[in-house]
Structures are given as C-alpha cells and as structure tokens.
Design a protein around this ligand. Sequence first.
Ligand code: RRO
Length: 305
Amino acid sequence: METSIKSLMFSTPFTNAAGVWCTTEKELKEIRDSAAGFVTFKSMTIFPRKGNVEPRFSYFNHSSINSMGLPNKGVDYYCKVAKKLQGKKPMIASIAGFSPDEYITLLKKVNNAPFDGIEVNLSCPNVVGKGIFAYNIPLSIKIMKELRKMTEKVLGVKLPPYVSRDNVKNMAEGLINAKVDFVTTINSFPLGCAIDYKKEKMKIKPNDGIGGLGGAATKNIGIGQVVLFRQFSKGKLGIIGVGGVEKGSDVYEYILAGASAVAVGTALWKNKPVLFSKLKYELESIMKKQKVKKLSEKIGALKII
Ligand code: RRO
C-alpha cells in the first residue's frame, strides 16, 4: 500500500489531518509511532496561541464541529519537535499566517527545520473576523508562487470546499502554473452548525456557534473535490483527500477518486492513533478482495458511468 507525492514516500497512505492529535510533542510522537505513513503537524503560527473560548469542539454522529481558533505552540516549538522526531517517516509542517508576509516568515522557518514537506493552510475557518484566503483564488496563487520560489521541499496547500467547478479549475490550473506539488482537500466545511436540542443551544461558543464541520457529514464533499481536482489537474497535482475517513473502504474510495493519501481528523479524535492499524488491516483486506497488487495503480482509477 505504498504511495508517494513527489519525493515523499509513504509506507501507508494515511496521516492525521492537521489539527488532530498533533499539537504537542507527545501527540506527534504517537502519530509517528503509529501505522500512519506520515505525520502532519498542527497548523503553526509565528507566535503561540491559546485559540478560541470553550466549548470549541463537539463530536456527534461520526461527525464534528470545531472552532478551535488555531491553538498551537508556535513555529519555533514545532521546528524543535521536528528535529527530535525526524528520520522515521515523512513529516509535513502546516503553516498558517494572518497575512501574505506572515506566510513568508513561517516558510523560511520551517524550510530550515527537518520537515520533508510543507502544507500551506489557506483555509482556516475559525479565526474571528478573518476570512478564508483560499476563497480569493488569485491571491492564493500569488502567495503560493512566492512561497514556491523560497523552497525546494515538497510544497502543498490545504483548501476549503468549493461550490463551483470553475473555482476548482482555476485553483488547480493556477497551482500547477505556480509549480505547487499537492493539494489537501478538504478542510472542514466552514459554515457548519450543530445544535443540542434538549438544551436548545449551540454546541460550540465561538463565532456564535458557527464552525468547521468535519467527519462523516463531509465525506462525499471531500470525494467530490478530489475527483474534480484530479480531473482539472490531469494528474499533475498530488492529492491528499480529507473528510470522513473512518474505515478502509473510505480510504479506498478516496484512492479511486484520485488521492495519493488521506488525512483523518474526526475519526482519529474519536479512536486515537490505533485507528491507523485498523485502517491498514481493512485496506489490506479490501486490496485482497479487489485483487489489487499495488495500491498506487488504483489512484484515480474510478470508472465514470
Ligand atoms: O484551529 C482551527 O480552528 C482550525 C483550523 Br487552523 C483549520 O484549518 N481547520 C479547522 O477546522 N480548525
């Protein structure tokens, strides 16, 4: 089940979604020592942040809503952790700036640390009063072009769900032109809302209860974005699929849709990193039943009917 994105080789096609089980050194080490094929770090900012007020996360029906607000220990901490954890499997830094200049500062720092790849988070839904960069496609491409000039590491971008084919097409073509290596799609759906009907209240407090929806509720949105990014990039962009992965069959669906790997968020929060061993076992048994010798041969092999 080995797959790859450019020079990054993954022994299994799974990672944690940025933000889940990856904020502290202890959590990151647990991902590194699990059956995940690579480790993704919590989106890091220049300075440490406490994030939004609580309650800011809620799990329900195999889905979740969050408005964490980028709680993280700051880029310098994660660069030190990367030094300690390096060598066993690829490590991806996720960077989150509040302006194009901040992305440049962050990129310089992670480029000098032993990260193998960099995921530029242009889709954080939860910073009060801030919009999502990735919904401004020309600005996003401009940022990615600048960052590309500054690093030879494998470089990707984390994207929100789009609701028009033209948006996906313009983003895919712009990113190829900017020589970006991969997209991670999707971040949580940004305008979710979950209600506790007994208490007649929102489940989370920040932003008046509106936050990022993840997990099972988003699986078929994620798969749709993977299919379209695959189609519009004609296989020239690596794709990490995210949204509702919980079982081996979910992974296999994302692979058929065109992903080279998947990231797991909500289900990882619920089941802890041992989930990756279950995914590996289930994916192996699907590969046997489907008579698949090499998983990589099935990337994008979906038949359109
Ligand atoms: O920290 C968060 O609130 C957060 C981030 Br940065 C993100 O990219 N996606 C998300 O669902 N939550």
